[in-house]
Design a protein around this ligand. Structure first.
Ligand SMILES: C[S@@+](CC[C@H](N)C(=O)[O-])C[C@H]1O[C@@H](n2cnc3c(N)ncnc32)[C@H](O)[C@@H]1O
Length: 423
C-alpha cells in the first residue's frame, strides 16, 4: 500500500544508503547498486543526491534535530536517519515539506512515527535554516585544524557545500582548444576541460570515440609529472579503473597496469577499449607480485583514505577514522619500499594519494627519502601545474579542495616525485 506513495521507493533507497554509510561504515559507492536496485536512472540519481546532501550537512542537521528532542536520539537510530533525510530534502533540495512528510513517515511506520512527525513539524514551524557552510564532523576538525589551520578548514567547508564540476582529461592534449570550444567548457591546463556539475557524461560528444575520460584536475597531475613516455616503460601500481594508465599510455609509455581488484581491472579494460589506449594488465597484490625487469617510470597511486575526494564522496568524512588512516599509512609505506626496487637507475617514481591527511602524504615522502638514499626528490616546477597551484618547500604538490575555488576547486591530493640515482 505504502509503496504506491509516489517517491517512496526513492526515499527508501536514500535511507538504505545513509544507513550503509553512517551505521555500517560502507563506502556509498559500494552500497549504491544494492540500495537503489529497481529504481529508474532519475530516481536513482535523486536517492543518491538526498543521501549525499544528508551527509554533507549531517553535523548541522543533527544540531537542528537535537534542538527539538528532549533526549538526544542515538546517532544510528532510524528516527535520526529519517529526520536527516527529510531535512536535507527541505533545506537543501527545495522539496516541498508536504511531499517530504508524506514520504518520510512511512519510513518509520510501526516505529517512532509520532516522534519524527513532531520534530519535523516543530522545525518547520520555526522556519529553521542551515548555516551558510556545512560544519565538519568533530573528528575531521580535530585532524585538519592542527595540520592545516583556519584557512584550510574554512576552504574545506566551502568545498564540501556543493558537488564539484565535471573534469575531463583529453587523450590528445594538443586538441584542448577544440574540445573546450565544442563542449562549451573551460580549460585550466592543456589536456583538461571543465564542465558544469551534473553534466551527463555519456551524452557528450567524444564519449563514444574515447577522446577523453572523466578525471579530476588534481588526479591528472601525478601522471603528468612523469612527462613524455616515448620509448619508455611505465609501471602503474594500483591502477584501476585506469585514469592514470590512460594518461601514461597517451603520453607514449608502454604501460604495465597492476591492481588487485579483478572487478576494477574489468573497468580499466573497458576504459582502455573505449579510448583505444593500451596497457599490459596484471591482476595481483603489490605486496606479493615481483616484476621481471625494472621500469623507467613508476606511478604508485596508493590506496588511501580518499578524504581529498569529499566533495564527490562526502561519506568519507563520516567513515574514515584515525585507525584506518594509520593502517593505510603503514600499507602505503610498505608499498613504496617494494616499488623503489622496481625503478631503473635514473628512473622516476611518483607517489600519490587523494588524501588530506599528512600521514598519507608529506610524512610518507619524508620517510621514503630518509630510508632510500638511492633516491632524491625531483621538485615539481610551476610550469607543470595549473596556474594558481604551486609546489611546497620540498617540491611536492599538495592540493586542497578549495584551491582554484573561483574556478570550481579541485580534489585534495598529495604528490611527490623522486628520481633514482645512477645512469
Ligand atoms: C586510488 S585507487 C586507484 C585509482 C587509479 N590509479 C586511477 O587513476 O584510476 C587505489 C587502487 O588500489 C588498489 N589496491 C588496493 N590494495 C592493493 C594491493 N595490495 N595491490 C594492488 N592494488 C591494490 C585498489 O583496488 C584501487 O583500485
Amino acid at each position: 500500500m505504502n509503496e504506491e506513495i509516489s517517491g517512496l521507493p526513492t526515499r527508501r533507497a536514500a535511507l538504505r544508503l545513509l544507513d550503509a554509510v553512517m551505521r555500517m561504515g560502507t563506502p556509498m559507492d559500494q552500497a549504491t547498486a544494492n540500495a537503489t536496485k529497481g529504481l529508474s536512472p532519475p530516481d536513482r540519481a535523486l536517492a543518491i543526491a538526498i543521501a549525499q546532501e544528508s551527509l554533507r550537512w549531517s553535523v548541522d542537521l543533527d544540531v537542528l534535530i537535537d534542538s527539538k528532542t528532549k533526549q538526544a536520539l542515538p546517532d544510528d537510530s532510524k528516527a535520526r536517519m529519517v529526520l536527516r533525510l527529510a531535512l536535507a530534502q527541505i533545506l537543501r533540495l527545495g522539496t516541498p515539506p508536504h511531499a517530504v512528510i508524506a514520504t518520510a513517515l512511512p519510513l518509520v511506520e510501526k516505529g517512532p512515527r509520532r516522534l519524527v512527525h513532531g520534530v519535523l513539524g516543530s522545525l518547520l514551524r520555526a522556519n529553521v535554516t542551515l548555516p551558510e557552510l556545512p560544519s565538519l564532523p568533530e573528528a575531521v576538525l580535530m585532524r585538519w585544524h592542527p595540520a592545516w589551520g583556519d584557512d584550510m578548514v574554512a576552504g574545506a567547508q566551502a568545498a564540501l557545500s556543493e558537488p564539484p564540476p565535471l573534469d575531463l582529461a583529453l587523450r590528445d592534449p594538443a586538441s584542448t582548444a577544440h574540445w573546450a570550444a565544442l563542449l562549451g567548457g573551460e580549460s585550466l591546463m592543456p589536456g583538461h576541460v571543465r564542465l558544469p556539475r551534473g553534466t551527463a557524461v555519456e551524452e557528450l560528444q567524444g564519449y563514444d570515440e574515447g577522446a577523453w575520460w572523466v578525471q579530476d584536475l588534481a588526479a591528472s597531475l601525478p601522471g603528468r609529472l612523469l612527462g613524455d613516455g616515448s620509448g619508455k616503460r611505465a609501471l602503474d601500481l594500483c591502477a584501476a579503473p585506469g585514469g592514470k594508465t590512460m594518461q601514461l599510455s597517451a603520453a607514449g609509455y608502454a604501460v604495465t597496469a597492476l591492481d588487485n581488484s579483478a572487478r576494477r581491472m574489468d573497468r580499466l579494460m573497458a576504459n582502455l577499449e573505449r579510448t583505444q589506449l593500451h596497457a599490459d594488465r596484471v591482476t595481483a597484490d603489490v605486496m606479493q607480485w615481483e616484476p621481471s625487469e625494472q621500469f623507467d617510470a613508476l606511478l604508485l597511486d596508493a590506496p588511501c583514505s580518499a578524504t581529498g575526494t569529499m566533495r564527490r564522496h562526502p561519506d568519507v568524512l563520516q567513515r574514515i577514522d584515525i585507525k584506518q588512516i594509520n593502517n593505510l599509512a603503514a600499507l602505503q609505506c610498505a608499498m613504496l619500499d617494494r616499488a623503489a626496487d622496481w625503478v631503473k637507475p635514473g628512473g622516476l617514481l611518483v607517489y600519490a594519494t587523494c588524501s588530506l591527511e599528512p600521514q598519507e602524504g608529506e610524512a610518507q615522502a619524508e620517510l621514503f627519502l630518509s630510508k632510500h638514499s638511492d633516491f632524491s626528490a625531483l621538485p615539481v616546477s610551476a610550469g607543470e601545474l595549473p596556474q594558481g597551484v604551486t609546489a611546497n618547500a620540498q617540491g611536492d604538490v599538495r592540493t586542497m579542495p578549495h584551491m582554484l575555488a573561483d574556478k570550481g576547486g579541485m580534489d585534495g591530493f598529495f604528490i611527490a616525485r623522486f628520481k633514482r640515482k645512477g645512469a
